[in-house]
Design a protein around this ligand. Structure first.
Ligand SMILES: Cc1cc2nc3c(=O)[nH]c(=O)nc-3n(C[C@H](O)[C@H](O)[C@H](O)COP(=O)(O)OP(=O)(O)OC[C@H]3O[C@@H](n4cnc5c(N)ncnc54)[C@H](O)[C@@H]3O)c2cc1C
Length: 469
């Protein structure tokens, strides 16, 4: 591994000569030049990893272009799985994709590092140096040259400047954060089991701020997994008395972005399970003991998850004059090209892509990331052939909310009728799973996706249904 990283660093240190955007591109090569066209994708998430895998297979392997992925992480975990990692229902290791291996199998290069800047004149992305746990440098500060650049660095949690969130609440943006929350939860149960006195009020309470799909799904899943952890011999904890899951939402109803019918059905299910829901409740401050709401009331809770909205990473606001909106997203044309630089594209959560007939841009969702990755792959091939780029049009297939073993509810768009159809139960569950399977197929092919599915089903039968460490 060290050898592969070293080779990549040498390659990066060679600064590419600046080239003009108007140079004609043909079959991946510039007229009069032998150098391959360099496609660089920053961010290997739901959108970026699908894109580089496809480009690597179609262009990289056939030496039609050089395809490179830059990511600040070494592995990819599909983000919609994070709430299950936080709840302890799944082990992230079983679902992670290693970037070096993926690059090796699919004909692209991988550079480990965080993008910290951009030089549009020189056509270079700047990467921060990386260091290990002992403070030793892994990769130096460096620049990677591009001819076509695709930004796909996703989104981060938006705490809207609320006091105490950064210190006391856990966001769910990365596998490390989801695992950290799960460890806090299991530790809290172990502590309660062995401490001399009784369980304190708030000690085993979880407050989830934000009742969008992430917060709602986490609440339902946590209700089950906390009881399962306790069932493994933690007999000093009484789940009915000591454990409390509270879902807090500033809007008038949960799932405010989804149709009212889904919101009502989900609220009914949460009521049945025993998850407490507080709507119309704005959080003013988070402390080690709990949350203070705008109306002055206090919710005791030593475990707080913040899932109340997203924004694009701050670095996008410092990218050599590229246009951003109020939540830092790169503003793009319908072709997915950034408004101020046609050689730079943006896809996924970090892009503000116009949606015909709507004042809001394409929503930050996995299905949009999947569609944009697929459209982008075609755009790059067209660009290499010197053809006109095509506009991207988002197709909303509906939204599904999984409440773990209790149910899955949502709406699917009927394309013939153009109307939204309410779905629930097993059919909805299968549709919910199909989005993840589509992603796994896009990055590993059908045989690997099926094999992983079977392997995980077997592994789940062999161990406890919840993570206990
Ligand atoms: C807990 C949770 C549950 C969700 N559930 C659903 C769901 O059920 N359905 C749905 O449609 N959507 C869901 N979403 C939203 C969905 O996951 C996102 O819309 C989707 O992942 C966006 O894909 P992306 O490629 O734009 O970004 P991401 O998947 O976030 O990938 C971004 C990548 O960029 C890398 N990166 C970030 N900054 C840098 C940098 N400076 N330099 C280099 N690399 C960088 C990151 O390491 C990451 O690999 C959920 C999101 C969360 C957090």
């Amino acid at each position: 591994m060290a050898e592969i990283l070293d080779r990549q660093i040498d390659h990066d240190l060679v600064r590419p000569t600046p080239r003009s955007e108007t140079t004609t591109l043909r079959a991946g090569k510039r007229v009069g030049e032998t150098a391959l066209h360099r496609v660089v994708v920053v961010g290997g998430g739901a959108a970026g990893l699908e894109l580089v895998t496809r480009l690597g297979d179609r262009l990289g392997r056939r030496s039609r272009a050089s395809v490179t992925l830059i990511d600040s992480a070494r592995t990819h975990l599909w983000k919609p799985l994070l709430h299950s990692v936080a709840a302890g229902s799944i082990d992230s290791g079983e679902y992670e994709v290693n970037y070096l291996a993926q690059a090796h199998w699919h004909g692209f290069r991988y550079h480990f590092g965080e993008m910290i800047g951009l030089d549009r004149e020189r056509k270079e992305v700047r990467l921060a140096a990386t260091v290990d746990e002992e403070g030793r440098q892994i990769t130096p500060l460096r620049s990677v040259g591009y001819d076509t650049l695709v930004m796909a660095i996703g989104s981060v949690t938006n705490d809207f400047g609320t006091r105490g969130v950064a210190k006391y609440a856990v966001p769910l943006e990365t596998p490390a954060q989801a695992e950290r929350f799960n460890r806090r939860l299991v530790n809290a149960c172990l502590r309660a089991q062995t401490q001399p006195g009784p369980v304190r009020p708030g000690q085993l309470h979880v407050a989830i701020v934000g009742a969008g799909a992430t917060g709602t799904e986490l609440a339902a899943e946590l209700y089950r997994t906390t009881r399962e952890v306790v069932a493994y011999g933690l007999d000093r904890i009484d789940p009915e008395r000591d454990i409390r899951i509270v879902l807090i939402e500033a809007a008038k109803r949960i799932l405010p972005g989804l149709p009212q019918r889904i919101s009502k059905a989900t609220q009914r299910l949460l009521d049945q399970i025993g998850v407490e829901v507080r709507t119309g409740a704005k959080v003013k401050e988070v402390t080690a003991q709990g949350l203070t709401l705008a109306d002055g009331s206090f919710i005791a809770s030593e475990l707080v998850v913040w899932a109340a909205g997203v924004k694009a990473p701050d670095v996008l606001g410092r990218l050599d004059g590229l246009e951003t909106n109020r939540i830092n997203q790169l503003v793009v044309e319908p072709t997915l090209q950034t408004t101020r630089d046609p050689a730079i594209f943006a896809i996924g959560d970090c892009a503000a892509c116009p949606r015909p007939g709507s004042s809001a841009p394409v929503p930050p969702r996995a299905q949009a990331a999947h569609q944009e990755a697929s459209h982008m792959a075609h755009q790059i091939e067209r660009r290499l052939r010197g053809q006109t780029l095509r506009p991207y049009a988002y197709r909303d297939f509906g939204s599904l909310v999984s409440l773990g073993r209790w149910s899955t509810v949502g709406n699917l768009m009927g394309f013939l009728s153009g109307r939204s159809i309410f779905v629930a139960g097993l059919f909805a569950r299968v549709m919910y799973l199909s989005l993840r399977i589509m992603h796994e197929r896009a990055i590993g092919g059908t045989p690997r996706a099926v094999l992983s599915l079977l392997a995980r089903a077997l592994a789940h039968r062999a161990g406890p249904p919840v993570k206990l460490h």
